[in-house]
Design a protein around this ligand. Sequence first.
Ligand code: SF4
Ligand code: SF4
Length: 456
Amino acid sequence: MNHPPEALTTIDEKGRRKWVYPASVSGPFRKWRRGLGYFVILIYFVMPWIKIGGMQSILLQIPERRFVLFGQIFWPQELLYLVFLLLGLTAALFFFTALVGRVWCGWLCPQTVFLEEVFRKIEEWVEGDHHERMRLDKGPWNFRKVWKKGLKHSLYLIVSAHVSNTFIAYFVGTEELMSWTAGSPLDHWTAFLFMFSILAVFYFDFAWFREQFCIVLCPYARFQSVLTDEHTIQVGYDQVRGEPRGHVGQTTGDCIDCYRCVAVCPTGIDIRDGYQLECIGCARCIDACNEIMDRVQRPHGLVRHDSLTRFSGERTEIFRPRILVYSVLLVGVLIALFVGLGTRPLLDLTVVRPPGRPFTILSDHLASNHFSLRFYNRSQEDKTYRLAIEGPAGLKLVTPFNPIEVKAGQERRTEAFVTVPISSLHEGKARLRILVYHHRLLIAEKSITLLGPQVP
Ligand code: SF4
Ligand code: SF4
């Protein structure tokens, strides 16, 4: 068996990148992670094509400041819901990290999932196992190497194009994306450059940057150490059982120092050195060590999921203060989010005064105010809304659509002009209420100031 140097990291003493060639591994954790990984990939590719209430299930149109999540449109004035959603996700991340370590990184993060289940699979298929890959990289540039590298990188580019196009679909929508991809790059050269840049980023990340993203760039890796404690369940090595290391028959500990756990690690670390920032909790080393334990007929679990306290023979506390704080935070945010969403009115009415002159003088005694109205029908049914106004005497509403029909889950805009007798204004101002009825039921209203000339 190959014995790599004892403390592998991805950077050498001179600060140069050390390429990691993780060996393949099989076992229950690998099987579960593969199943979950395929599920994550499926969700990622399918989600933009699923429509809910006639809208893309997830669409984050940042320039338009319009966010669609599972059939609900959120506008900038409703960013509070998105803030609560992000707070909920952060609280969930804190809670699960304190409880079970970096389970997100190793099992669900798209970086890990795509790298492990797609890009490394292509690499293994084209270049062979980790020994063959190492030999190929060290060997001279001959026809075989050029052919294998060319094929691998061509496949990487094709997959990166699909991953990046799907990523873009979450931000511009599938219809817009289809029109970009169907047309000539010259017709949409800015869109083409944008798509090409995203593709280049994905290709660079999965073909070369790889585990460096988790180690160097990901902020979560940086602060996970403050979220965990000695009771957190993480992947670890049982020193009490494993040490002193040695070959079979020569050791009193169970670790036979075979380095198999190091060889399979995608971040190139030795779990026997203790918890490390580079560990993404993928459990490959658990499967690898259990395989070895089977061969040397020793019990599984020399490398396993456990807490530091349990590794040193003490009890693990599950209900500890930080778990309680994070769970209260998580439940509180989720309740606030669901209550907020549940009590959102089914009609979202926005009234704004367009830029320009605040009012127009129509005659000696009449002034007109112009408003832009946006109706967003959040319900699952088409609705017909009737507009009415209340305010000083002599008001008149002129609008092209009244009543106005708005389809389920859709928005519609219209313009409205309100004429007011100048004599009804007080110091050039008056209060106006814009009312919206559905079947004679008042369902929304907005108050706004009418403006006009100040008459001495
Ligand atoms: S795989 Fe298990 S036995 Fe082999 S070096 Fe790692 S901990 Fe020791
Ligand atoms: S030490 Fe084990 S769990 Fe951590 S990254 Fe390496 S293989 Fe995965």
